[in-house]
Write a protein that binds this ligand. Structure first.
Ligand code: TYD
Ligand code: MG
Length: 458
C-alpha cells in the first residue's frame, strides 16, 4: 500500500507546491491553492482507461520504427456532415483525435455536437455522453430539431471509468463527452471541475482515444474572461482546440480553431442559430457586408483572406477635426500601430496632413483583420472621410503599403477579385501586380503602384 502524501495545487493554473500559501506564484491568483492527496500508484482513471482499452489492438507501446515506414492508413478523415465544421478541423474528423470545444454558456456547443453526431450516425456508430443534461432533455431537443436519432447511442454518465467501458462495448467512431468539467475519476477526492479531476479525466480520455482510434469531442466551459476553465494542461493534451463564439450579431456563431495538430489554425466556420438549431452559412460575405443602399463618405468594402477563403467586410473611417491639441487615433478590428504607420506614409508620400484630426477606424461585424491587404482600403477610407466624398459603392480594394509609399501585391489576388465580382462589385482598386489579365465584361480595374495614385481615385 503506497504511503498517502499530500500536495498543494492551484485550482486556477495547476501549479503544485509543497506547502500552502495565499497566492499562487505562477498565475498570481489569491486563495486558489488547496490540499489534495496524491497516490504514487498510477491514478485510478488511467487504470480504468487501460482496462477498457485492453480489447483494442495495438494497445501497447509502439517500439522503435523508421518514420517513413509507419503507415498512416487509419488517418482517413471522417466528414462530420457540416462543411464549415470540417474546414475548421482541417478537413474532417481524424480518427483517434481529441477535439476540445470551448465557448460561453449558450453558445451552442451541445447543439452543434448533437447535430453532428446525429448526421454522423447515418454512416458510423456514435456515442453521446451527456453529463449536464438528462436523456429526456437531449431527446426533446433532437425531436424539436427533427434530427435523425434512430442510430445515436446515448448515455447520461459522469464517471470516466463507465464512459470508457461503454465506449469499449459500443466501439463508436465518434464519442462526445458533454462536458469535461462535470466528469470525475473514482479515487480522486476533489470535486468534479477541479484541476485534478479535469486533468485526470482529460488524460484518461486522451489515452483512450489514441489507443482505440475513437475520435473524442470534449465540451469545455470558459471562465468569465473567455479562457477555458480548468488547467492549461487540458489544452496541451488535446489535438484540436476550437471555440464557438457569438459575433456582434447574436444570430451568428463563429467556430474558430486555436490549436490544430492536423491542419491550419486560421480557418473559421460560420453558423446561424435559428429555431431549427445551427445552420451553416455558406456565404459569409453576405453577413459581414450588410451594406446600406446609401453611400456615405469613409466607408469601403474590402476583401480579406480568412484561412482558405476570401471574406468581404466593410471598413469605416472617420476623420474629424480634433478639438484638443492631442488628436486621437483609434482602430477597432485592425492594428493600432499599423494605422499610425499608414498615417505617416500618407503624410509623407501622398500629401495627406491629418496631424490636427481625430482618426477612428472600425471593421463592421466585429471581425478582426490582421492582414496587410487592408492597408489600401484603410487609406482610401481615410481619404474619403477627410474629403467628405463617398466612394462608389461597387468599389472594392485590397493591397499592402510599404514605408516608401509603394503598393505591394498580396497573396491570392485573383481569388479575391473573383469573389468580389461574384458578390456584385465591379470597380477594383488593386496593386498593379495583382491586376487581372482578362477582364470580365463590366469590370473596371484601377491598378496602382504608388500610394499617391489613390488621390485621383476618390
Ligand atoms: P446550447 O447548445 O445548449 O449551448 P451550450 O451547450 O454551448 O451551453 O445552446 C443553447 C442556446 O442556443 C440557447 O441560448 C438557445 C439557442 N438555441 C436556439 O436559438 N435554437 C435552437 O434550436 C436551439 C437548440 C438552441
Ligand atoms: Mg451545453
Amino acid at each position: 500500500m503506497p504511503k498517502a502524501r499530500s500536495e498543494f495545487v492551484c485550482q486556477n493554473c495547476g501549479a503544485r507546491y509543497m506547502r500552502w500559501q495565499g497566492q499562487c506564484r505562477e498565475c498570481g491568483e489569491w486563495n486558489s491553492i488547496i490540499e489534495v492527496s496524491v497516490e504514487k500508484a498510477p491514478t485510478p482513471g488511467r487504470q480504468a482507461a487501460a482496462r477498457a482499452m485492453s480489447g483494442f489492438a495495438g494497445a501497447a507501446g509502439s517500439g522503435l520504427k523508421i518514420l517513413s515506414t509507419v503507415t498512416a492508413g487509419r488517418t482517413a478523415r471522417l466528414p462530420s456532415g457540416y462543411r464549415e465544421f470540417d474546414r475548421v478541423l482541417g478537413g474532417g474528423i481524424v480518427p483517434g483525435s481529441v477535439v476540445l470545444i470551448g465557448g460561453n454558456p449558450g453558445a451552442g456547443k451541445s447543439t452543434l455536437l448533437l447535430q453532428t453526431v446525429c448526421r454522423l450516425s447515418l454512416q458510423v456508430p456514435v456515442l453521446y455522453i451527456t453529463g449536464e443534461e438528462s436523456l429526456e432533455q437531449v431527446a426533446l431537443r433532437a425531436q424539436r430539431l427533427q434530427l435523425p436519432a434512430d442510430k445515436v447511442q446515448i448515455a447520461a454518465e459522469t464517471s470516466i471509468e463507465n464512459i470508457c467501458a461503454l465506449a469499449a462495448q459500443v466501439r463508436p467512431a465518434v464519442l462526445v463527452v458533454d462536458s469535461i468539467q462535470v466528469m470525475h475519476v473514482d479515487g480522486i477526492e476533489s470535486a468534479p471541475g477541479s484541476v485534478s479531476q479535469v486533468r485526470e479525466s482529460a488524460a484518461a480520455l486522451t489515452q483512450f482515444a489514441k489507443r482505440s482510434g475513437i475520435a473524442v469531442f470534449l465540451v469545455g466551459h470558459v471562465t468569465k474572461d473567455g479562457a477555458l476553465a480548468g488547467p492549461k494542461i487540458l489544452e496541451h493534451c488535446v489535438d484540436c482546440s476550437v471555440f464557438l463564439t457569438s459575433s456582434n450579431d447574436p444570430r451568428f456563431r463563429t467556430l474558430r480553431c486555436q490549436k490544430n495538430r492536423f491542419g491550419a489554425v486560421n480557418e473559421i466556420g460560420i453558423f446561424a442559430m435559428t429555431d431549427k438549431g445551427l445552420r451553416e452559412v455558406s456565404n459569409p460575405s453576405a453577413i459581414f457586408l450588410n451594406r446600406q443602399e446609401i453611400t456615405a463618405p469613409g466607408s469601403l468594402a474590402m476583401v480579406v483572406w480568412e484561412g482558405s477563403r476570401p471574406l468581404l467586410v466593410e471598413l469605416q473611417a472617420l476623420v474629424d477635426a480634433s478639438p484638443y491639441g492631442n488628436p486621437r487615433r483609434l482602430s477597432v478590428g485592425t492594428d493600432q500601430n499599423r494605422l499610425a504607420m499608414l498615417l505617416s506614409v500618407m503624410h509623407r508620400h501622398a500629401g495627406l496632413q491629418l496631424a490636427d484630426q481625430d482618426v477612428f477606424i472600425n471593421v463592421v461585424g466585429g471581425i478582426k483583420v490582421e492582414e496587410t491587404a487592408a492597408d489600401v482600403p484603410l487609406c482610401l477610407a481615410l481619404l474619403s472621410s477627410f474629403r467628405e466624398k463617398a466612394i462608389d459603392r461597387h468599389t472594392i480594394a485590397f493591397g499592402e503599403i510599404g514605408l516608401t509609399g509603394e503598393v505591394r501585391p498580396v497573396s491570392s489576388g485573383q481569388e479575391r477579385i473573383a469573389e468580389a465580382f461574384k458578390q456584385g462589385f465591379t470597380r477594383f482598386i488593386v496593386p498593379r501586380d495583382n491586376a487581372p489579365r482578362h477582364l470580365e465584361p463590366g469590370m473596371e480595374v484601377h491598378p496602382i503602384s504608388r500610394i499617391n495614385e489613390l488621390n485621383a481615385l476618390i
